[in-house]
Design a protein around this ligand. Structure first.
Ligand SMILES: [Zn+2]
Length: 545
């Protein structure tokens, strides 16, 4: 069993958590899409791997599958991460990114053969556009099943709907949800809903896949959802699990880590047990490095790209060699033609879920001529909607990281607001003094010089950053440090920080509405149209001047 002290790497994880919780309802590398960044069916894929044994998890090597090879075998791994529910393509600035049917067609054209290759993920399969979020991740499980994924790490977003839903999703999958560093709180027992590793037989080779979850999940996810789980140190977990997987028969050991490449490079550098490859996630990056002979490979996000990594296993020497790796984007110019023919089965699957979504969230609630951009325009829309819905409140604060995508020009549907604000966050009302509010703004504006501020505000504006921030009330009066203000925040900010809201007001009022409801209600009653679009009603001015 693992011991669970908090050493340097653990403290490092806490540091990441502080960064992450400041920037998002999660802190992933969510950003603009251009950042290089019947029934819908659970039918088995016609392409499901025929000789990849799928169900031997955390146990001895599979008995099924092809016989052991006589000579060296080339093993090709197709990897994605942080798919975030992007089943449909994302169109931005004239580029069509991703789309599950395009992605799958492209990897097949790029040589992916489910009978001989591995397709794996480093987690955060869901939470994103409404097509996946409304159905709590189920459409992604269907798509992964169809494409023949062998395993995924459990990402922090896999907890967004609670452990019960995650367990349900795992039970619906033909692949494994892996989290070797997840333990029942305060015990040496691994959680019941995840398996630490899985051994699959590919071309006669037993490949061990180990999954890891970023320890920052403990604080970057709403703590209500993960209170019963310990997220253990990644290096210590590998030191313990790799020998376990080798002893269980794995000839090749690959790590699926829902953790940034920056940290996994360090893990690779300090590991004393042999792993053959590390596939990263959470940071949405697509670079790779070879550290102490171990390839550490990132594969982008949103099914907008993937990596192809090749190894050679020699049964005579029982050695695995890294051959090469490459990252391939899935994108084309909107003005051009799609370079691939979208996979028809996957297209049907996605269309089925889209039809169901349109039934539930297809209601048209407004119109925008220009689209609503991420940043202050979107933030002001949200915070002003809260203050419209709760006129007795003075101030509204919303972390920018919890607003996940822009609104495209044209008709605005319920599902669009759902995509912007996909989380099950409630609105809390707090009583804060002006001094406390100033303290929160100092924290929320600390990184304004790094390309934006962490925090959207309503009812106030501010100038300056950090400890020199100056707050002004709507109408121009200065903030009264002695006075008490009613402040609206989402419960994620309250529970997670980095703001000391819990200490400032230990008895918040839960207003009992999801944080997107006022946005929907306000937008709906504005009755916007092509001649009177939503942007005419939104204050688009930055509130940090
Ligand atoms: Zn993540």
């Amino acid at each position: 069993m693992l011991s669970k002290p908090c050493h340097a790497a653990c403290r490092a994880s806490i540091w990441i958590a502080v960064l992450c919780s400041a920037c998002g309802s999660d802190g992933d590398g969510a950003g603009p899409p251009t950042n290089p960044s019947s029934d819908a069916g659970t039918e088995a894929s016609p392409d499901a791997p025929s000789d990849v044994a799928l169900d031997q998890v955390g146990e001895a090597a599979p008995e099924a599958g092809p016989d052991a090879p006589l000579g060296p075998v080339e093993l090709t791994v197709f990897h994605t991460s942080d798919e975030h529910g992007w089943l449909q393509p994302l169109v931005s600035s004239g580029i069509v990114y991703g789309g599950a049917a395009n992605f799958f067609a492209q990897i097949k054209g790029d040589g992916f053969d489910p009978a001989t290759d591995l397709l794996v993920s480093s987690g955060d399969n869901w939470t994103g556009p409404a097509i996946t979020t409304l159905f709590q991740g189920k459409p992604m499980v269907d798509a992964f099943n169809y494409m023949g994924y062998a395993a995924t790490a459990i990402g922090n977003h896999e907890f967004d709907f609670g452990v019960a839903v995650l367990s349900q999703r795992a039970s619906e999958s033909n692949y494994a949800y892996l989290g070797a560093n997840l333990y029942d709180k305060g015990t040496d027992d691994r959680v019941a809903f995840a398996r630490p590793y899985k051994i699959v037989r590919v071309q006669g080779i037993d490949v061990g896949l180990i999954g890891l979850t970023t320890p920052s999940t403990a604080t970057a996810t709403n703590p209500k959802l993960v209170a019963d789980i310990d997220f253990e140190n990644i290096t210590e977990t590998l030191e313990s699990v790799v020998p376990e997987v080798r002893a269980a028969g794995a000839e090749v050991v690959l790590v699926l880590a829902h953790q940034d490449a920056y940290w996994m490079n360090q893990v690779a550098a300090e590991l004393t047990v042999p792993v053959d490859g590390i596939f990263t996630g959470h940071d949405h990056g697509s670079l790779h490095e070879v550290v102490h002979g171990i390839p550490v490979v990132g594969s982008g996000w949103g099914l907008q790209g993937y990596s192809v990594t090749r190894f050679v296993y020699d049964p005579a020497t029982e050695q695995t060699s890294f051959l090469d790796t490459r990252f391939e984007p899935v994108a084309y110019a909107e003005s051009g033609s799609n370079p691939v023919t979208p996979d028809p089965g996957l297209l049907d699957l996605v269309d089925g879920w889209q039809a169901q979504l349109d039934t539930e969230l297809g209601e048209e609630i407004g119109y925008t001529e220009t689209g609503i951009t991420m940043g202050w325009q979107e933030g002001n829309w949200v915070t002003d909607a809260w203050l419209w819905a709760f006129p007795d409140a003075d101030v509204a604060l919303q972390n920018f990281g919890g607003l996940r995508q822009p609104i495209s020009p044209g008709v605005i549907k319920l599902e669009d607001v759902f995509g912007v604000m996909p989380f099950d966050n409630a609105i809390y009302e707090l009583e804060l003094t002006g001094a406390q509010l100033q303290e929160d703004l100092a924290i929320g504006t600390e990184s304004c010089t790094m390309g934006g501020c962490y925090i959207a505000v309503g009812g106030i504006t501010f100038s300056g950053t950090g400890s020199s921030v100056s707050v002004t009330l709507q109408g121009g009066a200065p903030l009264d440090l002695q006075a008490t203000y009613r402040v609206l925040v989402n419960d994620y900010m309250y529970e997670t920080g980095p703001y000391p809201l819990k200490a400032q007001d230990p008895t918040p009022i839960d207003l009992g509405v999801n944080f997107r409801e006022p946005v929907v209600d306000w937008t709906r009653q504005l009755n916007t149209s092509p001649s009177d679009p939503l942007e005419a009603h939104i204050d688009s001015t930055p509130r940090n001047q």
